[in-house]
Write a protein that binds this ligand. Sequence first.
Ligand code: GLY
Length: 364
Amino acid sequence: MTQIDVSLGERSYPIHIGLDTVPVLQDVLSRLGARGAVAIVTDSNVAPLYGAAVDQLLGEAGLWPRLCVLQAGEENKRLDRIEWLCGEFLRAGLDRSSIVVALGGGVVGDVAGFAAAVYMRGIRFVQVPTTIVAQVDSSVGGKTGVNHPLAKNIIGSFHQPIAVVIDLTLLRSLPDRELRAGLAEVIKHGVIADATLFAYMEANAERLLAKDLTALEYPIRRSCEIKASIVAEDEREQGLRAILNYGHTFGHGFEAAGKYARFLHGEAVALGMHAAAALAQELGLVDEAFVQRQRDCIEAYGLPVAWPEMPVDVVLEAMQHDKKAVGGALKFILADGMAHVIQRKDITEAQTRAALEAVRGGRG
Ligand code: GLY
């Protein structure tokens, strides 16, 4: 088992990564002085797979676990679920010293984390991510929250977990499409920060798509290291942390234009990275070879690099909505070489449109 530390002063915490690491939860909770009631928040996909095992594990540790099962799906990432969870916490007898365990993918982590952030003005929580997206991105860094009908992730809080327990064996149950979408975020980490990681992703698509857990260990660990160091430097996204949003400005447009049903988040990020590379090429930041190299890597994971069925105007409009939601100019994270990105807020609508036109039908 490997341990990575997220260094945030008194809010520092460890990420434990390995095979069959779920049992370290007992140790983690006992070292943190957990007593009495503990809530396990999960969803209707994960509960039948791992709910009983985690419940038993915590029971054996002398705790009184209560399994709180959300309906699976992004549409359940909403405010009334927080109210329901707080009711569950009250009924279970959670107090200020209690701990919530988030067992699931990104939605579970965000909702459980936000419920923990607001219940009794904030209690501790542990992330046990069960998807690649959650293991390499959303479980680390303390972004928690829910969606509003008008905008995603607009109601939330920075609330760091007290530990992250990543058990690679949990990925065995992950559907293929989710696996691919999660690996898009790893490719992203390579492009923004680590050429060796990117080269690894280029060279190992077959093993990673076959869920070879030995092959998955390095990119997941490395992604956590990259994310941990960025979060340690800029916890509240005042600057550097925004580079984690590479591919996301276009990506959010694709997600919204597809009514959050057409693309998984990671698929939209893959398309968004491709569009961002086209834009970077138009601006003279990278050459054709860079665009092609990134595209080949994305395609090797069966991720989308074209979206011929969706009009450019619809995506542009969805991106503008994002802009209204944050009340400022669109911010683009653009590569100016492998493993190096810059932030630009001066991109015109014409340039954005040209990049979308360039990649829409598969060119570029
Ligand atoms: N997923 C991007 C971040 O945590 O900042």
